[in-house]
Write a protein that binds this ligand. Structure first.
Ligand code: ASP
Length: 330
């Protein structure tokens, strides 16, 4: 006889449980139990897929998420790891890709699926995408795969590759510089490269803790590097990401910025402003100069995974940030 599967839902709020306030804006209900009830009511028949429990993490608009919430998710997965076949995290869409990236970095040896989902339309509305996303997240959470994923609309995206690409389309997320990990049609089809579930009893290694004092700066034509002096003089700032042009190009004039950052041991990571852009900083003189001055290339990675790696690395391996940025994204 087949044993019933077990899923643990980690509740983090988001539009999926939001209601309209008198002024027309959306917010999570103040009472967390009512919020959890809205989630349960999205699909009362979820138990036909798996038995499930819900653990409360946060009842927030995900705009307000912090690394402390990531740590709570990570520690809960560690604590309950052996008891469940898979984990579903219900979460607002705005920062879902950052949370997925953070979990991908801080959890090691994952042998089961951890699936993030949410909705673009509040779960209580008839036209909501909540039911379908939740059902598909549950289906994925009991499959024989392993890793962190975002399930949204018809897409299954690796947690370390996701970005929110639309604020309104139901198909809100995309994979950055990678194919999707799978797709949802009548069946769920996963790509061959997706890791398989580890069937033997095992544990995971987790390393919570993220440095939130990083700064992300977007170049615009004519921007003055002297304006960034405040960053270099602010001891609270521990790392910087520059969203540069094209293949990672930075205008001449940033020499002293890079020299001072290096003297302060401040890692400066360079990524591309292009949504699907990879850095190729050797290609143009304007990129090569920055590289020679100590910039760390973000390569093909999304802003979300670069932030998560930098934030995690500053706490766990501050002298090996470049190595961490270059490490495989899983
Ligand atoms: N602002 C909402 C949130 O991220 C958006 C959503 O859930 O779709 O919590």
């Amino acid at each position: 006889m087949n044993e019933r599967k077990r899923v643990l839902v980690l509740f983090c709020g988001g539009t999926i449980v939001m209601e309209e306030k008198p002024d027309g804006s959306l917010a999570v209900p103040e009472d967390k139990d009512s919020a959890i009830e809205i989630l349960r009511n999205c699909e009362p028949k979820l138990t036909t897929i798996a038995d499930y429990d819900i653990e409360f993490i946060a009842n927030i608009d995900s705009t307000n998420i912090t690394p402390a919430d990531w740590d709570r998710i990570i520690m809960k997965i560690k604590e309950k790891y052996r008891e469940y076949d898979g984990f579903v995290i219900t979460h607002g869409t705005d920062t879902m890709a950052y949370t997925a990236a953070a979990l991908s970095v801080a959890i090691n040896g994952l042998g089961k699926p951890v699936v993030l989902t949410g909705s673009q339309i509040p779960g209580g509305r008839i036209e909501s995408d909540a039911r379908r996303n939740l059902v598909n997240a549950f289906r994925l959470a009991i499959m024989d795969i392993a890793g962190v994923f975002i399930v949204f609309d018809e897409r299954i995206i690796l947690g370390s590759r996701a970005t929110k690409a639309s604020e309104s389309r139901l198909d809100a997320f995309q994979s950055v510089n990678s194919e999707d990990a799978g797709e949802i049609s009548i069946d769920i089809k996963m790509k061959d490269w997706v890791k398989k579930r580890i069937r033997e009893t095992h544990d995971i290694e987790v390393s919570p803790g993220f440095e939130s004092d990083i700064f992300v700066y977007t170049l615009s034509p004519g921007c003055d590097p002297n304006d960034l002096e405040f960053l270099l003089n602010n001891e609270e700032i521990k790392g910087i990401i520059i969203r540069a042009y094209g293949t990672g190009n930075i205008p001449y004039g940033f020499e002293s910025f890079f020299k001072k950052a290096r003297a302060r041991n401040l890692p400066v990571i360079v990524t591309s402003q292009c949504l699907h852009g990879k850095t190729l900083m050797h290609l143009y003189d304007v990129g090569r100069k920055a590289l020679e001055l100590g910039a760390i290339e973000g390569h093909e990675q999304s802003l979300e995974i670069l932030c998560a790696k930098l934030m995690w690395g500053l706490r766990h391996c501050p002298d090996r940030i470049e190595e961490l940025i270059n490490a495989e994204n899983y």
